[in-house]
Design a protein around this ligand. Structure first.
Ligand SMILES: Nc1ncnc2c1ncn2[C@@H]1O[C@H](COP(=O)(O)OP(=O)(O)OP(=O)(O)O)[C@@H](O)[C@H]1O
Length: 275
């Protein structure tokens, strides 16, 4: 029989390849979004998923969250096969969806603090859950961690700016304290100053957990990025930025809108920039 301490050790073991995506094939209809997609990540750090509209970034997140079953392949977290199983996936992942600022559904008349209290009440399974000072303090500390100004804690969410709302949603995900955080385009519709603020928060988080973000502007976090997944339909490259974030790879993905500026600074042109 196995000794008790061995069993405990096994339970606490962290696999070096903490998140393993293995040979994923996925399609919504006849056309494959992913074909043989594989990558692996350690327990901590930052990965940026970069690719043009429709490349499959959000689909990848939905696969990680177990919301879709791939046609082939597996997703394994810390040795546990979570493929197509949202309940198992929710043990490991928290998710901040892309914030669509124009969405009326985000304009609910509830304060940031109340919103998070409700979130926590929903997460806690014990029936006598009551909001007390400890819970309120935990929420306030989380809101401070994401650098939401204290004057915004009690404001209705509909009065908050896009950046402030984004921070509340990151705080909501953080309260769940899951080992992997997925952020879908956290910088979209956010003003430049708040982007820098958010970027610093993301870097801080990536020292504690695995953070995966999708982005159209990888340069903002490039210095602190440990891995990149560059995606376009049926083509992908994965690796450390110094090995994969190269102009020829970007041109494969973005075509002529990928440009090299000055001293090897890579840039993906949007509407306001002419290649
Ligand atoms: N539920 C669905 N049913 C059918 N096709 C879908 C569905 N969801 C997404 N798609 C298609 O799959 C492709 C990948 O979509 P996805 O949203 O994952 O791309 P993305 O890289 O996140 O794009 P964006 O940068 O615009 O957010 C797109 O062509 C999209 O139209």
């Amino acid at each position: 029989m196995e000794k008790a301490e061995n069993i405990i050790l096994k339970k606490e073991q962290t696999f070096e390849k903490y998140l393993l995506v293995e040979k994923i094939r996925f399609s919504y209809n006849s056309e494959n979004i992913f074909e043989n997609l594989s990558f692996s990540l350690p327990k901590k750090g930052l990965m940026q998923v970069v690719g043009p509209n429709g490349a499959g970034k959000t689909t990848l997140f939905k696969l990680l969250l177990g919301l879709y079953n791939p046609k082939e392949g597996k997703i394994i977290v810390n040795g546990e096969d979570i493929t197509g199983n949202p309940r198992l996936a929710s043990k490991y992942f928290s998710y901040v969806p892309q914030l669509i600022i124009s969405s009326k559904s985000l304009n609910f008349p509830i304060s940031a603090r109340e919103f998070l209290e409700w979130e926590l009440a929903f997460e806690e399974r014990w029936p006598r859950f009551k909001i007390n000072n400890n819970i309120t303090n935990r929420i306030k500390n989380t809101l401070k961690f994401v650098r939401l100004e204290e004057t915004a804690f009690e404001k209705d969410m509909r009065e908050l700016s896009g950046g402030q709302k984004q921070k509340v949603f990151i705080a909501k995900a953080l309260l769940k304290d899951k080992p992997v955080m997925l952020l879908d385009e956290p910088f979209s519709s956010i003003d430049p100053a708040t982007r820098i603020d958010l970027a610093e928060i993301i870097v801080k988080l990536s020292r504690e957990k695995l953070v995966i973000i999708t982005s159209h502007d990888p340069n903002l976090l490039m210095k602190n990025t440990n891995y990149m997944l560059l995606l376009s339909r049926n083509y992908y490259t994965f690796g450390k930025p110094e090995n994969v974030y190269k102009i020829d790879v970007l041109r494969n993905i973005y075509g002529g809108t990928a440009i090299e500026v000055g001293d090897k600074h890579l840039h993906i042109c949007d509407e306001g920039c002419k290649p």
